[in-house]
Design a protein around this ligand. Structure first.
Ligand SMILES: O=C(O)CCC(=O)C(=O)O
Ligand SMILES: [Mn+2]
Length: 207
């Protein structure tokens, strides 16, 4: 069988969606997964829904170059300093994608109840048409995209252990994405979205 990691799938052709997935990109995902789970100082954010504060259904950590602050879920996150492991993963993704990244949001979905709702990675600090590199480790989970104006059928991708997904162009502007809950018993999943902060002085962000 051909090495799946060598190929980018352009998935699928859809108006304004620039998406590619490199299956099995992270050859050492089996080693990286437990190390990242163990080493990350996880925090759980909260959002206010109908006047009540609720924990968001996942754990997070924000890393980046000094000053890459991120205002998100009502919290202003100061970046943690890059660990050697995360810096190495950043550089491998940057080389594969041909872009420089200065920050990463690390998410942990503890089980099928953890998820992320519909949103776009369109915070002002990311600038115009950001390139986002998203690395998945652990349990396979369903990632969905829908055009904001409804002018296209939604797109569904199952992201697997070691996959690298790249979003570019008008993907954030015209589409939104989510990671769905599942009633299937699933183990932990980690997702690392490498980003580049163009304007590091935001005052707002997605909830
Ligand atoms: O977990 C994922 O695959 C997506 C995470 C995501 O969309 C985000 O952190 O902005
Ligand atoms: Mn996102």
């Amino acid at each position: 069988m051909a090495d799946r990691a060598l190929f980018y799938e352009e998935v699928p052709a859809a108006s304004g969606l620039e998406l590619a997935v490199r299956r099995g990109f992270l050859a050492d995902a089996d080693l990286q997964f437990p190390a990242l789970l163990e080493e990350t100082p996880w925090t759980q954010g909260a959002i206010v829904v109908l006047g009540r504060k609720r924990p968001i259904p996942r754990l997070e950590a924000w890393y980046g170059d000094p000053g890459r602050n991120y205002t998100y879920s009502g919290r202003r996150l100061e970046p943690l300093q890059w660990t050697p492991r995360l810096a190495e993963l950043r550089d491998r993704c940057a080389a594969a994608v041909g872009e420089a990244f200065d920050s990463v949001l690390v998410n942990c979905y503890r089980n099928g109840d953890d998820a992320v709702g519909w949103h776009s990675d369109d915070e002002p600090e990311l600038g115009h048409q950001p390139v986002i590199a998203s690395l998945s480790l652990g349990a396979t989970r369903r990632f969905r995209l829908r055009r904001r104006d409804g002018h296209h059928d939604p797109v569904t991708l199952d992201l697997e252990h070691g996959d690298l997904l790249v979003m570019r162009g008008t993907t954030q502007e015209l589409w939104e994405h989510c990671l769905t809950r599942t009633t299937r018993p699933v183990g932990e999943r980690l997702n690392l979205t490498f980003r580049r902060i163009v304007d590091p002085s935001p005052t707002r962000g997605r909830g």
